[in-house]
Design a protein around this ligand. Structure first.
Ligand code: AMP
Length: 546
């Protein structure tokens, strides 16, 4: 082999911040505080705070690989912690404050965190598990000044922690394969599992995230991750933005449409990312008053669950706002696919592409996808056949923290996502279900998501969930559980009529049940496992299988 004569430098998280601080000192970092004020800093300012935290942690004896947890919103201190902890060689473990107490206690124990940084507004999440904090935990540090709670370990404020530090340190040269951060899956089935990212995977993921067909970020952008920094590293934006020298707006805990719109307008946000609920609520709020217009329409990215086409259409046609539909998961850092145009559909008119935007799209370089059926054969790319989506790539998990050999990874090294998809002739995937949620009737699969989407087109339906109920002959049959819109009283027949003719006869739900609300997970997803438990003993009145 003739070796290339190029320099080699490890791909390190700290090098991203060092670049931004050196070459983009003019970009602004704006953080909305819990009381609605705004704090301002710069990339050099973030780096100064990060280095002071790193110095303080080193002084406390924190070692490489040690897990340091956070429970907080999108704020500048959380951003500094992203770089302080990974940059010094420890592992940043972001915890979702909306998780149930049992899950928080389990996650802290599983990760064996030694320090926990907490935003005072979410302290109740810590005090609720005060008697179950792991023995490994040496200190709880409040990210901003507040009365110190009584906990069975040392408690101090961030200001006190870094008071004696001057930020005069150089980032250590680590191995790029070293762990940089840890994030637990939502745990809709069983307890959450930890995904342990490396410096290398994080930097490569950020390089992919800034590309034109993904977040399309540049130095002139003002990027606002609405997706929380505890939800898969805010989809990589805290790394992607400084990589290109973009400005950042951190919205804090207030994610209501009025607060977000004020940030979009007053801070000149050009690019943002969040889950469907956020954008759906923003669209409804904008429509309530014709005076609510964007001076400069931002670009939005959506993922986490599918976004109804009606929302994408409303934003584009009424407000000139383009929404990119992306798919991902904690185990893949999270970027997996994006539905951006390519040569094959470049000339489609607006309406044709809008209808297509329901799909999750195609992988970018760095991710490869394969879809196999129950027998392990790759499915036809005909938009009809279903199979389980598998992923391979530079930022895809090879196993879980504390469970290195997990059945989620196939013998030939593909990560099994548990998402059931179709693939079309252009190579675009469309998620039709989670593998554990498909309804298996007489050995054939029924997509619960298809039934739900059709039911939600009914004007009186606010939310719908299709779940399997036991059937003596067909094993499982679909039951549709519906939350009616307030003030309406739809009948089962009228709801079933919206599905009639749009799905095969044997896909039609056997019954419709009305409920006041549906169980949701801490990340805002429908919690089907819980719903299935509630309807475990449901008996269908008659054998309606056609
Ligand atoms: P999480 O790891 O909590 O981010 O959840 C990942 C899961 O969310 C994926 O496996 C999908 O089931 C779902 N998901 C993510 N993005 C989308 C999307 N654009 N459309 C539908 N489901 C999605």
């Amino acid at each position: 082999m003739l070796r290339g004569l190029m320099q080699e430098h490890p791909l390190l998280v700290s090098s991203i911040l060092a670049h931004a601080a050196k070459h983009h000192p003019g970009a602004k970092i704006v953080a909305a505080t819990p009381d609605g004020a705004r704090e301002r800093t710069t990339w050099p300012g973030v780096q100064q705070e990060a280095k002071r935290i790193a110095q303080a942690l080193a002084r406390r004896g924190v070692q490489g690989g040690e897990r340091i947890a956070t429970l907080g919103w999108n704020c500048q201190h959380h951003l500094a912690l992203y770089y302080a902890v990974s940059g010094m060689g420890a592992v940043l473990h972001t915890v979702n404050p909306r998780l149930f107490a049992d899950q928080i206690a389990y996650i802290l124990e599983d990760a064996q965190d030694t320090h926990l940084f907490v935003d005072p507004s979410v302290l109740p999440a810590v005090t609720a598990v005060a008697d179950r904090l792991p023995k490994s935990l040496r200190a709880v540090i409040l990210m901003r000044d507040a009365p110190l709670p009584d906990l069975p370990c040392e408690v101090l404020t961030l200001d006190a922690l870094i008071a004696g530090e001057d930020g005069g340190m150089a980032w250590p040269a680590l191995d790029e394969r070293a762990a940089s951060s840890l994030c637990y899956t939502s745990g809709t089935t069983g307890m959450p599992k930890g995904v342990l990212y490396s410096h290398r995977s994080t930097v490569l993921h950020a390089m992919a995230a800034v590309q034109p067909d993904v977040f399309a970020l540049g130095a002139l952008d003002v990027s606002m991750p609405v997706v929380p920094m505890f939800h898969v590293n805010a989809w990589g934006i805290p790394y992607a933005a400084p990589m290109v020298g973009a400005s950042m707006v951190l919205p804090g805990p207030r994610l209501d449409p009025a607060s977000l719109f004020a940030l979009f307008e007053e801070e000149g946000v050009t690019a943002s990312a969040g889950v469907p609920t956020i954008w759906t609520m923003l669209l409804q709020w904008l429509r309530a008053d014709p005076a609510r217009r964007f001076t400069q329409p931002p670009r939005l990215v959506v993922g986490g669950t599918a976004l109804p086409v009606a929302v994408t259409e409303g934003f584009l046609k009424e407000y000139g706002v383009e929404i990119l539909h992306a798919w991902g998961m904690t185990e893949i850092s999270p970027l997996g696919s994006v539905n951006a145009r390519k040569a094959e559909n470049a000339d489609w008119d607006q309406d044709r592409f809008l209808a297509y935007s329901r799909k999750q799209g195609r992988p970018q370089f760095g991710v490869d996808l394969r879809v196999r059926d129950a027998e392990g054969r790759e499915i036809a790319h005909d938009d009809l056949a279903f199979g389980e989506l598998e992923v391979q790539g530079h930022w895809t998990a090879a196993g879980y923290f504390n469970h290195e050999r997990d059945p989620a990874v196939t013998g030939d090294g593909w990560f099994r996502t548990g998402d059931v998809v179709t693939v079309d002739a252009l190579g675009s995937i469309e998620i039709v279900d989670r593998a554990k949620d498909v309804i298996k009737s007489g050995g054939e699969w029924i997509s619960s998501i298809t039934l739900e989407n059709l039911a939600m087109a009914h004007p009186d339906v606010q939310l719908a969930a299709a779940i399997p109920v036991a059937h003596p002959k067909w094993d499982e049959r679909p039951l549709l559980v519906v939350v009616p819109r307030p003030g309406t009283n739809p009948t089962p027949e009228s709801i079933l009529a919206t599905l009639e003719g749009k799905v095969a006869k044997w896909w039609m739900p056997d019954a419709v049940e009305f409920v006041e609300s549906l169980p949701m997970t801490a990340t805002g997803k429908l919690w089907k496992a819980e719903l299935k438990k509630r309807f475990k003993d449901y008996v269908l009145e008659k054998d309606t299988v056609r």
